[in-house]
Ligand binder design. Sequence first.
Ligand SMILES: Nc1ncnc2c1ncn2[C@@H]1O[C@H](COP(=O)(O)OP(=O)(O)OP(=O)(O)O)[C@@H](O)[C@H]1O
Ligand SMILES: [Mg+2]
Length: 386
Amino acid sequence: MEARILVVDDEPDVEFLIRKKFRKKIRDQELDFSFAQNGLEALEQLAQVDSIDLVLTDINMPRMDGLTLIQKIGEFRYNVKAVVVSAYDDMDNIRKAMNFGAFDFITKPIDFQDFENTVYKTLLKKKQEENVELEETLRELRETQQQLVLQEKMASLGNLVAGIAHEINNPIGVINSASDVVKRCIEKIEAALAQRQEGNAIEKPILLLKDNNRLILNAGTRIATLVKSLKNFARLDEEEYQEADLREGIESTLTLVEQQVCGRIAIEKRLSELPRVYCSPGQINQVFMSILLNAIQAIDGPGSIEIGAFAKDNRVYIEFRDSGQGIPPERLSRIFDFAFSRKSSRVTMGVGLPASYHIIQKHNGEIRIESEPGKGTVVTIALPLG
Ligand SMILES: Nc1ncnc2c1ncn2[C@@H]1O[C@H](COP(=O)(O)OP(=O)(O)OP(=O)(O)O)[C@@H](O)[C@H]1O
Ligand SMILES: [Mg+2]
């Protein structure tokens, strides 16, 4: 890439000499020179062009001298390197310039070999500093991303827990009231037995007992299913990576979002027999959850979600097709970036899809989204087999 150098000197033939000496490098677009007669002119150029890499400046100039210029560059353009050009015996000014942030100096009369060496040495130093800065920025970005993914996990876990608590509360309500009925039935039967009553006095409470026992059994089974799904979803007591049946993951995730579907959305499943996939089931389930929640949130009123799964060409494909509002093309092109979004009256930082993308990438898989506004969205995940 072309390096841009600004030479500041009030001697008129400096420009001519430099253009002549570096003719080839200028023609090859390796170096680009611009020139200013004094510090003020240099500052004007720096304000207009923000891609100048290096300023070489004389010291004694009218209007603004080189030392003031270097001082000003140091104050507001930290990414421009400055080199001072000075008489060999002018140690005092050279020291001042270095204190103001100059990177190096060359002496007058200019030795062009020294000039060239110094230019390349300074440009190299600048590149190295920029690389360090880039690496640092990249590291910070990665950390932020990891934090966001973790936050998303916590947030989705929070929602999940709230939903499950509600789900478990219903059957527990049933068990409590049924157990109350059972208690009263037993009291009635005991009273009837004590008074040696027969017939209706005993048969009616026994019928009620049977009914309520069935209610208790159903509620218990429902809680057991929920607990099993929860355990299956979180996979807390298992190895993180293992051979897993993705259909189980889909089923348990579906059980956990059932309350939000509420009979409003028809769920159709076409899950053919799937080979087991080596993956982190907990993480993949989190992806299923994000996609399903997005689909549910995109459907206003009644609608449908079709879930298909099949194996082809050494990959497993899982497809979620919803009849929701769809995604506009301009949003679709940046759908995996972290972005703010509006959900009813809430503005949230959407991290479900970026986190899902990250997880699927880690599994060497692929996640693709196609959408047509007004018609619906299809999210496809492909995971490699073996
Ligand atoms: N199936 C879909 N149908 C329509 N829009 C969708 C669908 N999936 C995602 N989107 C759009 O993409 C945005 C980003 O989704 P993402 O899951 O990353 O974040 P979010 O759902 O906004 O927030 P979070 O998942 O963190 O609660 C959503 O806000 C929504 O506008
Ligand atoms: Mg989401």
